[in-house]
Design a protein around this ligand. Structure first.
Ligand code: HEM
Length: 458
């Protein structure tokens, strides 16, 4: 705190006076306006008594992703903060920290073992959907994403109990609502949303403690068991499990929603991805089990879905336009400008993803952008895609997230013919924008989106 912006970096003073309010009202718009005002070069602004320098372009990218910057400090400045209520932080230095727990629950052999269980989870959920219907896409994906993610990051007792899954959805909804920007402006004022967040934390703590108790004379093979074995307290366990579930659910459902929206608006790609998923499902029976259930391997879903892969990359390219944030741990020099230690830095991903020098028609959905040839062609520019992050803080759950999304999409498309419908009742031809109230995550569409489905006769 108290670090002054270095004098050769234009600081948006005008923006600071009128801007502090507009930052909290609509951070995305604030950043877009300030970037224009700063003529698309480096500038700084202030959040309370902290300086934030917005790095730009290729030099900005190099400084942001290659230097040793503090990853969590940035997200603590603005992000959701369930850690306030405990003295334990999952990114601690001890060996029970986040990174090691995530590393364990996303190990290749662990994912391979989880795969058939997740397929079973997804099949069961889709069975309950009946032969046809129309559902709010966010709600229906929440249900299934939470089920699979709880299996991956928490425990069996939750993933196999639909009532507990509904409770988890409600708890995490309240935790997220409690971390809106108002909570930063008036941190001492217990708005209903923040009050709800504390209660939600308590409820989660109770649910997890009950499972820990029930395992006195019984073992399972899941992340919760790992923490019990390490002798972690129920509070630490709750914070770690909540952090992991947050990481796993934060983006996944909205990414799938936007994938399906883009496919609906681009029928050629919809048919291609459908055929690919259905072929894989068919193969999973040919080489499958005696009981008629499908059998997938990590290898098959990772190598046999090239069209899904390029569509997901293109979806992430179009979704990630906002900033990443860090805090400098030593003095930095960018474009000969001095950024003192302790300054927050942001990098707007649009400088890469929206850049016509890298993607010829950045506003259009074009999965060819991620063909082997196109990737090779861009290689000389260095990193041009950060949908899974870059440098030392690449997404730790990338393989797990891809597996989760693939299981859901393969089973959805092989069980049903689907249509994505926006509010007019017509199949979506235009892809709605994201809501703008959260800076650092993939947000849901501004308007309600409906998934219409009809069971396929196989
Ligand atoms: C479609 C879903 C997902 C997307 C698009 C995504 C994207 C990202 C991105 C862009 C970052 C880097 C952020 C930055 O540099 O500031 C990141 C980091 C991270 N992600 Fe994901 N993620 C997804 C799912 C998951 C899942 C399922 C898990 C866990 C099982 C996970 C765990 C993490 C963790 C732990 C980090 C921090 C890594 C570190 O500390 O260095 N993510 N993710």
């Amino acid at each position: 705190h108290g670090h002054l912006p270095s004098s050769d970096i234009p600081s948006q003073r005008a923006i600071w006076y009128i801007g502090s309010a507009s930052f909290f009202m609509n951070p995305s718009q604030f950043l877009i306006d300030s970037m224009k005002r700063a003529n698309n070069s480096i500038f700084s602004f202030r959040i309370f008594d902290s300086t934030v320098v917005v790095l730009r372009g290729v030099t900005g990218r190099n400084a942001f992703f290659s230097k040793g910057l503090d990853f969590m400090a940035g997200y603590r400045l603005l992000g959701s903060n369930i850690y306030k209520y405990t003295d334990f932080h999952p990114y601690g230095s001890s060996d029970e920290n986040m990174a090691s727990v995530i590393a364990t629950c996303t190990r290749p052999d662990v994912l391979e073992r989880l795969l058939p269980l997740m397929v079973e989870d997804a099949l069961q959920t889709f069975e309950m959907w009946g032969n046809h219907g129309a559902k709010n896409i966010s709600k229906s994906l929440d249900e299934i994403v939470f089920t699979l993610a709880a299996r991956m990051t928490m425990c069996r007792e939750f993933s196999e109990d639909p009532k507990k899954i509904r409770a988890l959805i409600s708890i995490f909804k309240r935790l997220e609502d409690g971390s809106d920007h108002n909570a930063l402006i008036v941190p001492w004022f217990p708005t209903p949303a923040r009050f709800g967040r504390i209660l939600a934390g308590v409820q989660l703590h109770r649910m997890i403690s009950a499972v820990i108790l029930s395992r006195k004379d019984r073992r399972e093979d899941d992340p919760l068991q790992t923490m019990i074995d390490k002798g972690l307290s129920p509070t630490k366990t709750t914070v770690l499990l909540a952090t992991m579930l947050f990481a796993a659910i934060g983006n996944t459902g909205n990414v799938i929603t936007y994938l399906l929206l883009h496919l609906e608006a681009n029928p050629k790609w919809k048919v291609l991805v459908e055929n690919e998923a259905r072929q894989l499902y068919k193969d999973s029976h040919t080489f499958g089990r005696d009981d008629g259930k499908p059998l997938f391997s990590m290898n098959s879903i990772e190598t046999q879905m090239p069209l899904f892969d390029v569509c997901i990359s293109e979806t992430l390219r179009m979704l990630f336009k906002g900033p990443f944030i860090r805090r400098s741990v030593e003095d930095m020099f960018v474009d000969q400008k001095h950024i003192p230690r302790g300054t927050y830095v942001m990098f707007p991903t649009a400088d890469l993803h929206d850049n016509a020098a890298f993607y010829s028609t950045p506003q259009e959905f074009n999965p060819e952008n991620f063909s082997a040839g196109a990737i090779q062609e861009r290689r000389r520019h260095g990193t041009t895609f950060v949908g899974w992050g870059a440098g030392r803080h690449m997404c730790a759950g990338k393989r797990a997230a891809q597996m989760l999304m693939k299981v859901i999409v393969i089973l959805l498309l092989s069980q049903f013919d689907i249509q994505i419908v926006t509010d007019g009742g017509e199949p979506a031809r235009r892809v709605p924008e994201q809501v703008e109230n959260q800076l650092f995550k993939v947000c849901p569409p501004k308007q309600a989106v409906t998934l219409r489905y009809e069971v396929r006769r196989q």
